[in-house]
Design a protein around this ligand. Sequence first.
Ligand SMILES: Nc1ncnc2c1ncn2[C@@H]1O[C@H](COP(=O)(O)OP(=O)(O)OP(=O)(O)O)[C@@H](O)[C@H]1O
Ligand SMILES: [Mg+2]
Length: 367
Amino acid sequence: MSITARTLAVRNFRSYADYLLELSAGTTVLVGPNAAGKTNLVEALQLCCSAASFRRPSPADLVRHGEHRCALELALEGEGRVLELGVAVDGGKRSFVRNGKRCRAASIRGVLPSILFCPDDLDMVKRGARVRREALDGFGVQLNAGYAQLVSSYARAVEQRNSLLKDPCASRDLLFAWDEALVRAGSAVLQHRSALLERVRAHLVAAYAAIAPRETVDVRYRSTVLPDAAAGLPRDREQIADLFRAALASSAPEEARRGMTLVGPHRDEVEFLVDGRPARSFASQGQQRSLVLAWKVAEVRVTRDILGRPPLLLLDDVMSELDAVRRAAIMELAADEVQTVITTTNLGYFDEGALESSRVVRIGGDR
Ligand SMILES: Nc1ncnc2c1ncn2[C@@H]1O[C@H](COP(=O)(O)OP(=O)(O)OP(=O)(O)O)[C@@H](O)[C@H]1O
Ligand SMILES: [Mg+2]
């Protein structure tokens, strides 16, 4: 059973005073010139689905210039019911609403998970490791509310421990207490990450093979808690915790010298390989793009495997960045598997058949 987004209502959000977007259960194409407000709508959809925006705005940025509050409301339909998810900003504070009642972000996040693919993602393979860790965590938190909690507890533990490491007067006992908090949250994060990556990996390999059959790809988790980063993590959380404790013990002198936590999930790498070699150093531009595309396809399929229903796929301005083969691959996914919203300045990137079966919405002009 799937959950489908039906309408998005935005009020005083970014460039919009008042706007209602009706979505197709299949593909909706938002077409309009630059600065028309296409990405703003994608961001609004992502905020309602994921309680987060890829632009990382402060709450006040979301409010239309000259106004004091904004509101978004996404109506979903599934299992014969209508469900409303809302995000608002008032007085510089963000709040969330589910079926008219104030709630926490966790109550709206992942009801209909969203998977965004935008031009910034295209160089995800060769950028710093943080981008790939965040891609994996950002996906994971939508599938599992407990995971979001773990990720933030771990981040807090790293922050606290780093400030103690920098403080020459900090007591050893206090540091030990934070070591244990770090290990507990960190081992759980590691266990989740490696299990999730294993699921993504299977679909990534298949999706890449469909785009570029002559090459082989892989992805692996390289953890700083392991003596040999290329080795796999054990599945058992207690075994991971033991490895983490051992890694902390051996990095203690250097951590004391540098005043920061040097091992743990916040320093780990998600490494892509093409034909057995690290993609970050060796993959061509086209191979990197195929990898990112395959990653997004894999996210769609993993969501369906885990939740039993597909996510909402948001493709912001990527058609112009992809060649015909990769465009066809993504349109096939959109047509067959998942409700999709695509923005473009130019309908020329779509073949006629795809346009006929999509809802095309012109953005710009009167709002
Ligand atoms: N808080 C705000 N208040 C008013 N306008 C805003 C606000 N935030 C962004 N905008 C405006 O929204 C417009 C950008 O909209 P958006 O990024 O959705 O355009 P787009 O259609 O995706 O364009 P492109 O094709 O160039 O990507 C800009 O003109 C920007 O100044
Ligand atoms: Mg845009």
